[in-house]
Design a protein around this ligand. Structure first.
Ligand code: ADP
Length: 527
């Protein structure tokens, strides 16, 4: 072991009391201290904070930590100040401070006392702050929740967009960007926007092997949820609903059914909200019924189930929200109710938004539909979404979803895969799934007309089968890495290396699929 490594372990023990680093923390810290730009993608709970806190504590000068939420900043600062024997090495700079407090922060930085300064992005852009930072010693800049930079992330914040130019003005120091949600698209966006395409990337698996994923048709949902919770008496759980009204109604319904549940949403009186959250954390309430306002920064390790009464707007949100179950590694049941009509409602809602936001929103919803309706391993689907290839047979947690517990009948679709790959190849890899399906089943559309695809020999070659069948083929060929979704255009399907081998006849690979589930609930009798 090098002297430096031994030293870092010593510092870890001294400040945090831990004997070993978690995952890739040590390598990340070493590289940051050596002046490299770094990009960390680690699921929640992976230990991201330490990757900048420890180097900040042992470096000369102040590390600037950009963080989006004032409420979370305070927790972080308290945590750091609790670590060090000389308290007061971490401070906050944001709009909640008055003049005197702000001056105190600046004095502490100038005197070299502040090791970590948590700043809201909107504060960082202030001219006189930038001027001040130019004249003091900055060790590095950490950008927490870096997905806020991307419109494709689940929490876009326009102020994050300008960070690169501000940092450049302040100092020439290394930058470490961290996030717990990054699809390849978001990752690409973050690196480009921050000018970090050469950064060292540290990515840990997003697989949560102890979580069980199930999607049920949204029929008799109230009764189903009451039954599900009653079978888990005394266990902690969260039920997510989309609207505040639904949260209150459903919390009441659970209470009437003898379940110890409380509501939580941003429209409740602050005191009630905090009290309800505390009761849930302190185990005085078993279940919290909440909008997505609940959960950010809440660390309750023994949440045993997360139920989605309504399906979320993106798979990232789904992953984050379900991820609040089973933090301690124990049981974590993620049950979601799905009705295509809910998706239509969300689509209508998007129709009122500006074009770019609408386009992105629709793409994200498309992924949600794909996930909800799939018959393949849900874990494989989610992990693919985060850019990870997962083996649905041998991968860790492979058995942990409804589709794995009740495997659907598989069909060998190798010949159809080859036909699809040939079509994509001869048409020059420029179409999205929807347009390819039009060609396959022989349905005219604006795109088929403008490229005169009706006149080709392959138009309608698959019309014996339903659209849904071909949709499944394209989705599963993508998830199984025969096709790749282009990052720039998000959606244009290209042939991967593995797909090229199939085309050349160099890869004999049987392509087994299970057709997506049909979710036409209009015929189903609800209560
Ligand atoms: P993230 O920001 O990735 O969600 P945190 O930084 O909050 O994760 O860390 C999650 C938990 O792991 C915290 O309770 C933290 O104290 C703990 N932790 C971090 N690093 C280590 C380590 N090297 N050894 C033991 N526990 C650690």
């Amino acid at each position: 072991m090098s002297a430096k490594k031994a030293n870092l372990s010593g510092e870890l023990k001294k400040y945090f009391g831990f004997s070993t680093f978690k995952g890739q923390q040590e390598e990340i810290i070493e590289n940051l201290l050596n002046g490299k730009d770094i990009f960390v993608l680690m699921p929640t709970g992976g230990g991201k904070s330490l990757c900048y806190q420890l180097p900040a504590l042992i470096s000369e000068g102040t590390a600037i930590v950009v963080s989006p939420l004032i409420a979370l900043m305070k927790n972080q600062v308290d945590a750091v100040n609790g670590l060090s024997s000389e308290s007061g090495v971490a401070h906050v700079l944001n709009s909640s401070l008055n003049k005197t407090q702000t001056k105190q922060v600046f004095d502490d930085i100038t005197s070299g006392r502040t090791k970590l300064l948590y700043v809201a992005p909107e504060s960082l852009i202030k001219e006189d702050y930038v001027d001040f930072f130019k004249d003091v010693k900055i060790s590095f800049v950490a950008i927490d929740e870096a997905h806020c930079i991307s419109e494709w992330g689940h929490d876009f914040r326009p102020e994050y967009r300008n960070l690169k130019s501000i940092i450049d003005k302040i100092a020439d120091v290394p930058v470490i960007a961290l996030t717990a949600t990054a699809t390849p698209k978001v990752q690409d966006d973050i690196q480009k926007t921050l000018g970090m395409t050469n950064a060292l990337v540290f990515k840990e698996s997003f697989n949560r092997a102890n979580l069980y994923y199930e999607v049920r048709p949204k029929v008799n949902v109230d009764r189903e949820i009451v039954k599900f919770i009653n079978e888990r008496k005394g266990k902690s759980g969260i039920v997510y609903c989309l609207s505040r009204r639904k949260v209150e109604e459903f919390a009441q319904l659970l209470q009437v059914n003898g379940i110890n549940a409380l509501p939580y949403h941003a429209g409740l009186d602050q005191k009630v909200r905090v009290a309800n959250q505390d009761k849930f954390l302190m185990e005085d309430a078993d279940v919290i019924v909440a909008t997505i306002a609940f959960g950010m920064g809440i660390d309750k390790p023994d949440v045993r189930f997360v139920i989605h009464y309504d399906f979320p707007k993106s798979l990232e949100s789904y992953y984050q929200e379900t991820g609040r179950a089973g933090r301690d590694g124990g049981e974590g049941y993620c049950l979601s109710f799905y009705d295509p009509k809910d998706i239509e409602k969300l689509e209508k809602f998007l129709a009122q938004k500006p074009v770019s936001e609408r386009e992105i929103g629709l793409q994200l919803l498309n992924e949600v539909v794909g996930y909800a309706e799939t018959s393949m391993s849900r874990r494989q689907y989610i992990l693919y979404y985060f850019g990870e290839i997962f083996d649905p047979i041998t991968g860790e947690g492979a058995k942990m979803c409804d589709n794995a517990s009740n495997p659907p009948k598989l069909k060998d679709a190798t010949e159809d895969l080859k036909k699809v790959l040939e079509l994509i190849s001869v048409t020059g890899e420029k179409f999205k799934s929807k347009d390819l399906i039009s060609v396959i089943v022989g349905k005219e559309s604006a795109v088929t007309k403008s490229y005169k695809l009706e006149q080709t020999s392959f138009f309608g070659f698959g019309k014996e089968d339903k659209d849904n069948y071909w949709k499944t083929i394209l989705r599963q060929a993508t998830v199984q890495n025969f096709l790749q979704k282009d990052i720039e255009t998000y959606g244009v399907l290209k042939i991967s290396e593995k797909g090229q081998l199939v085309l050349k006849g160099e890869l004999e690979h049987s392509f087994l699929i299970a057709e997506d589930r049909e979710f036409d609930l209009s015929q189903t009798k609800a209560e």
